[in-house]
Design a protein around this ligand. Sequence first.
Ligand code: PMP
Length: 410
Amino acid sequence: PARTAELLTRREAVLSASYRLFYREPVEVVRAEGAWLYDSAGRPHLDMYNNVPAIGHSHPAVTEAVTRQLGRLNTHTRYLTEGILDYSEALLETFPAALDQVTYACSGSEAVDLAVRMARFATGREGIIISAHAYHGTTALAASLSPSLGVNNSVAEAVATVDMRPGMDVETLAAKVRSAAVDLEARGHGVAAVIFDSIFSSDGVLPDPVGGLAAAADVARAFGGCVIADEVQPGFGRTGTMWGFSRHGVEPDLVVLGKPMGNGMPISAVVSRREISDAFGASVRYFNTFGGSPVCIAAAQGVLDVITASLLPRHAEQLGQVLADGLAVRAGHTALLQDVRAAGLFVGVDTPGADTAAAIVNGLRERRVLISASGPGADVLKIRPPLVFDEAEAEVFFAALDDTLEDLEP
Ligand code: PMP
């Protein structure tokens, strides 16, 4: 349409080349509510792409908390305020007792950066073990831990990658992590930490093998390293438990929180064991002007209240099963869908290739259902609706999917 073309021209003129859009035909969104985005013509699009609006777009618990707080006080974190204490206490209740300190930042990347710095400082070592197609963020340090960014991204010298595949047994995974650790020691870096996103989102959504991550964590610790769980994707209930690391029986030393934490407001955090953050904080000056500002804390408190009161992790588990079952039935009838992998409302579906995945993603977009594709081969459908997603919305998705598949069937 003419309006889309005009916006694209203006965008091209002022926004840098770093800005990329989704979909062959981009969607101009002007408003959102629950699981739905509305375009400039007022048409609803089912948002199953996005793990930021965890409790649903424009949730009143966040809108009202933010509005109220913004009208009273918003400033940086060098003043004494109570809201940040209320929230930190409530947040820490959801963690194992040994994880009892919080440091706030504004984005997942900043929090990854800080967690890695803390691990390096506490261990006196540099080496970091990551998964082969990881994404951990966009600062220079986080990007150097993100091989999924591709050839022009420099994975840092003190980094070793481990290729993790679903179905890999625990011993094989532990052996791979051990050889990465040996390699880091041989190169003189030692092991400061292993960092993982327990849903392996950018590796192609690999929720299994359960058990392997605990073995990987044991190996890293045997080499004197810390264990960092990047919960930016699986955290806050998405995978059916509040924190992804508990699905895997791992107790991390540092946990990175982001995206869904503020339901769209810029807040992130590192949750840590006290001795690690004490060693860092006592010696290193760290100040994040907006990290944990009163308005962002108010948003985060609203999110946490809704997740807890509505038992959203359990709901995510139930609705995730509805999606996974319906997808598995369809995968039995078409070669366009293959292996279905799910943990709560984080679902990955293999397709025969990047072209098929793109055709399905764009076919759904034409039918106003928004998902994306990921994985090293861009051939895995990635499906992540808000945690408040319901059965009627699942039906809308399946109807659009059936229609899309019928169109694409040879
Ligand atoms: N870690 C993971 C696993 C992520 O998926 C992302 C964002 N996609 C980040 C870190 C970085 O978060 P942010 O974009 O908020 O900096």
